[in-house]
Design a binder for this molecule. Structure first.
Ligand SMILES: NC(=O)c1ccc[n+]([C@@H]2O[C@H](COP(=O)([O-])OP(=O)(O)OC[C@H]3O[C@@H](n4cnc5c(N)ncnc54)[C@H](O)[C@@H]3O)[C@@H](O)[C@H]2O)c1
Length: 292
């Protein structure tokens, strides 16, 4: 099938990135959110990413301008899905909210529209029925979109198998490397491995074994990495991490969720708000002397 228009639900960290890459790849894009503030911030985020891509020589200023022209921002759900061939949902990582959103869009999207969710740790089978078209429903999960270019394709048992090759082609058109997760798994492939690292880092901190900077240094120095688990958490966003850990029943995850909440309550959501575990735009871990 021909995909011309992509609709993005949720204009946060990931929705903005997927939307921008879709426009760069030549698709018409609508970005929907319930908050005007998020839509405004989304445009600012896109402009910032475009400047970075231009600086890195990956895109010309003209190409960036053309990409932005392909994007519309709206709080009107009907306008968002009008003529949409494909939806990628990136609303807050909350199962009840996602169910509600899929029910809403299942009722108003054109018959042909393919439905995908960008959930990090939930499963597509949790929302497929709510969408009203489970065969057309699949997880299509991005990482960072521009820096980390893997997209997970994870069907649920009721997904039409013909959707998989189509998603593989789309993933490549969006400049990603598609990988297939053959059976539903919370956290796909990479996030399953990443959670083990972040969970261990959280446990080291909540049990007061070590301080955040020393935990990050251990990882960075040993693996020659530009950031450690708490730096990674800042780039993911503390709210998203809280939703994941908060939904896990074990004591260590609950203790970590409590720690994350103390930052969130102070408005420290990570890089996007200028502060999380570190302060941005110049976090201490980017100082050349940090890991010496
Ligand atoms: N942050 C990451 O690194 C990352 C990576 C891959 C996938 N994801 C997934 O993407 C999704 C979004 O994460 P994020 O980090 O972008 O979150 P975010 O908090 O930055 O953005 C979420 C957006 O959803 C909007 N929203 C809330 N309710 C809505 C509704 N009813 N309709 C439309 N929009 C609504 C919010 O206003 C907000 O703008 C989550 O499922 C998350 O697991 C995140």
């Amino acid at each position: 099938m021909n995909i011309n228009k992509i609709c993005i639900l949720g204009a946060g960290t990931l929705g903005s990135r997927v939307a921008l890459q879709s426009a760069i790849s030549g698709y018409q894009v609508s970005v929907y959110d319930i908050h005007q503030k998020s839509l405004d911030f989304s445009l600012k985020t896109m402009e910032k990413i475009l400047r970075q891509l231009e600086k890195a020589g990956e895109l010309s200023e003209e190409e960036g301008k053309m990409a932005l022209k392909r994007i519309t921002f709206t709080m009107n759900p009907l306008e968002a899905v009008e003529d949409a061939d494909f939806i990628n949902e990136s609303v807050t990582e909350n199962p009840e909210l996602k169910k509600k959103v899929w029910k809403q869009f299942g009722e108003i999207a054109p018959e042909r529209t393919i439905f995908t969710t960008n959930t990090s740790y939930l499963l597509p089978s949790m929302f497929a029925k709510d969408s009203g078209r489970p065969a057309k429903f699949c997880a299509f999960h991005f990482h960072d979109v521009f820096y980390s270019r893997i997209v997970d394709i994870m069907p649920h048992p009721g997904t039409d198998p013909d959707l998989i090759p189509l998603l593989e082609v789309l993933g490549r058109k969006l400049n990603q490397v598609p990988v297939l997760v053959k059976k539903e798994n919370p956290g796909y492939i990479f996030n399953t491995m990443l959670m083990a690292l972040i969970g261990a880092a959280g446990k080291l901190k909540t049990r007061d074994v070590a301080e955040i900077e020393d935990i990050d240094k251990s990882w960075m120095v040993n693996f020659h990495m530009p950031m450690g688990p708490f730096g990674i958490l800042d780039s993911i966003g503390l709210e998203t991490a809280w939703h994941v850990t908060h939904n896990m029943p074990d004591a260590a995850s609950q203790a970590f969720a409590k720690l994350l909440k103390t930052y969130i309550d102070q408005g420290k959501l990570g890089e996007k708000t200028g502060e999380g575990f570190y302060k941005y735009p110049n976090p201490s871990y980017r100082d050349p002397n940090f890991a010496k």
